[in-house]
Design a protein around this ligand. Structure first.
Ligand SMILES: [Fe+2]
Ligand SMILES: [Fe+2]
Length: 362
């Protein structure tokens, strides 16, 4: 059973400055359906506006007592879908049913069901899809099963997602631009990895494969370095998604990262110790690792470019990206050094010149 908690905060006992800090830190700790109950000697209406401005519809606001001497308000953290309109809820329910049908379809009917499902997916954005998937997991679909099904949804939505993702234009300093550019380099190197494996399979001996093994050494080192890419996703973006109520997608992507890390490490170790093995054994040990990475890392990147990143852009506030970038800089980079943080998107500052005319400043 879910453990729902309610924290009581008596504002009358706190100084004005403490009130704000205590409420906001308490709110950040809340899980869905948890609440804080505040008591005050007047109606704290400004706080309600502040919450709305800061967190949009993340919290409900319900008066339990309205004066004259005491005001008691319950502020509850909502599920991401709780604040939807009836129409939005209906749309989400239809999407959920379409997903369920896809899940339950026997293999021979899958193509037919997919064609029907396209209608429901037509106007769905990536965040919507992720939240519905999250609900299905909360209702009992296993994460493993959801991962398999994600591939089916992706196939159905492929064209539409691709078009949407391409429309997003971001400045060069933006964390998502950096991640996407890194993906391009990672994908190029995955292709190289695949070509090398094909050559190794026919090379026959270490002597004949010397050139490929040297490139493989560089590549396996490169892939170990890309851990920083995953680390940035996990430490700079995922916690923020979770704070906004998007909890399942980060978990799914994190599980992938763990798998990639193990395979990349083995790839590096086997490559570096190549000569200690018989050539045939060496290629046999490498094959499943490279095949796994080529297939799954490529899929992972596709899902991030087309679902996770567009969804993150919709979920995080504009200002949060500056902090994400700071965290990126602290963790460091792998494939290239990105341009410095230039918040060009900020509104220009207008200064009054001596003559009193407005002049565009920097
Ligand atoms: Fe990732
Ligand atoms: Fe990534």
């Amino acid at each position: 059973m879910m453990d729902i908690k309610a924290i009581e905060l008596d504002l009358r006992k706190l100084s004005m400055t403490d009130r704000h800090t205590r409420i906001f830190s308490a709110l950040k700790e809340l899980k869905e359906q948890d609440a804080i109950i505040i008591t005050n000697d007047h109606d704290p209406k400004p706080l309600q506006y502040l919450l709305k401005a800061e967190f949009k519809n993340t919290f409900s606001w319900e008066y339990k007592k309205q004066g004259p001497d005491e005001w008691v308000i319950e502020i509850k953290k909502l599920y991401p879908g709780d604040s939807l309109t009836a129409e939005q809820k209906g749309k989400r329910e239809k999407l959920k049913q379409a997903l369920k049908k896809l899940h339950e379809a026997p293999p021979q009917d899958l193509e037919k069901v997919k064609k029907k499902a396209v209608i429901y997916f037509k106007d769905t954005d990536p965040k919507e899809l992720a939240l519905v998937e999250q609900e299905l997991i909360q209702e009992g679909t296993s994460r493993q099963e959801m991962k398999r099904l994600c591939d089916v949804h992706l196939e159905v939505m492929k064209e539409q997602l691709g078009v949407k993702a391409k429309r997003i234009k971001l400045p060069a300093w933006h964390p998502i631009t950096i991640l996407k550019d890194e993906h391009k380099i990672i994908k190029r190197n995955l292709k190289k990895l695949k070509r090398i494996l094909e050559k190794l399979k026919t090379a026959g001996s270490f002597e004949k494969a010397r050139h490929q093994i040297n490139t493989l050494k560089e590549l396996s080192h490169f892939f170990l370095e890309t851990e920083k890419h995953h680390q940035r996703e996990e430490e700079a973006i995922f916690p923020r998604l979770i704070a906004h109520g998007v909890t399942e997608p980060p978990e799914i992507f994190k599980e992938d990262h763990v798998e990639f890390k193990t395979k990349k490490k083995s790839l590096f170790e086997i490559t570096m110790n190549a000569q200690t093995k018989d050539f045939k054994e060496f290629v046999e040990a490498l094959s499943p690792l490279i095949e796994f990475l080529v297939k799954n890392l490529d899929d992972h990147i596709y899902k991030e470019d087309n679902i996770l990143y567009p969804m993150s852009l919709e979920t995080l506030e504009k200002d949060e990206w500056k902090d994400v970038r700071k965290k990126f800089d602290a963790i460091g980079y792998c494939c290239f050094v990105p341009v410095d943080f230039q918040p060009k998107a900020d509104p220009p500052i207008y200064k009054l010149s001596v003559a009193g005319k407005k002049k565009k400043g920097r």
